[in-house]
Design a protein around this ligand. Structure first.
Ligand code: ZN
Ligand code: ZN
Length: 239
């Protein structure tokens, strides 16, 4: 604690941040103490870049650890940070992410089942903002990868939630037993549900498909595609 300065001393030395040579300091940190504290106990670790303070009092752990955490938070000030280094490839990336966009894509692709382009019709862009009638349509729209759609989820009424919401609005303990004609309603709802032909497609987030080699002239696809078979396929498409 010998190298701690009082708040007044630090203000006097403004511009010369307090640094501990024995620690790998990433950003200069100022340590504030109470002026009338004879023990000079550090109260706040301050980032010299932006002036934001980090108090050890907010960490629910042993005193020593809390001080280390607060100091580290000031040293690695998030406000002053301009970027992160990708955990996978080491490239610079946005500070809000631990991994760069390219490596995020690789990680995501590694977790999914890769399926053939002719194994589905409807599909989505990976971000979910594009919807296509086929893998080829997606490729022609410039997509490299698509997420196949799950089977059509048709319009459907949920009898249980309809009856529950009806009962909620009545006396306590009201139950299905207090209702008449329930069976007829259930059968009618069932018939209604079975009659539905339309509805929505959802993304099947367990599967993915590379479509970048389906579009006839897509230069980006050439780079994304690693080897020969893609060129052969593209030639077939052109003929
Ligand atoms: Zn800062
Ligand atoms: Zn990366």
């Amino acid at each position: 604690m010998g190298d701690m300065l009082s708040a007044d001393e630090q203000i006097a030395k403004r511009g010369k941040p307090v640094m501990r040579p024995d620690q790998p300091v990433e950003r200069a940190v100022r340590v504030l103490v109470f002026d009338d504290d004879p023990e000079r106990k550090p109260r706040l670790y301050v980032c010299t870049g932006c002036g934001s303070g980090h108090s050890p009092a907010i960490y629910a752990c042993r005193d020593e650890e809390a001080h280390r955490a607060a100091r580290s938070a000031a040293e690695n000030c998030y406000t002053c940070k301009t970027h992160n280094q990708c955990q996978d490839c080491g490239a610079q990336c946005d500070k809000h992410w631990l991994v760069c966009p390219g490596c995020r894509l690789k990680r995501m692709l590694a977790k999914r089942e890769h399926v053939a382009a002719d194994s589905f019709d409807y599909c989505f862009s990976l971000e979910g903002d594009g919807f296509y009638g086929s893998a080829l349509e997606a490729a022609e729209a410039g997509e490299q990868w698509v997420c196949p759609a799950e089977p059509l989820r048709t319009f459907s009424l949920d009898a249980e939630s309809i009856l529950d919401s009806l009962l909620e609005d009545h006396f306590e303990d009201a139950s299905w037993h207090d209702l008449d004609g329930t069976q007829d309603l259930l059968e009618a709802i069932d018939r209604f549900n079975k009659a539905q032909k339309q509805g929505s497609y959802d993304r099947d987030e367990k599967r993915v498909c590379f479509v970048g080699d389906l579009a006839p002239a897509n230069d980006d696809a050439e780079e994304a595609c690693s080897s020969g078979p893609c060129d052969a396929k593209r030639t077939e498409e052109r003929e």
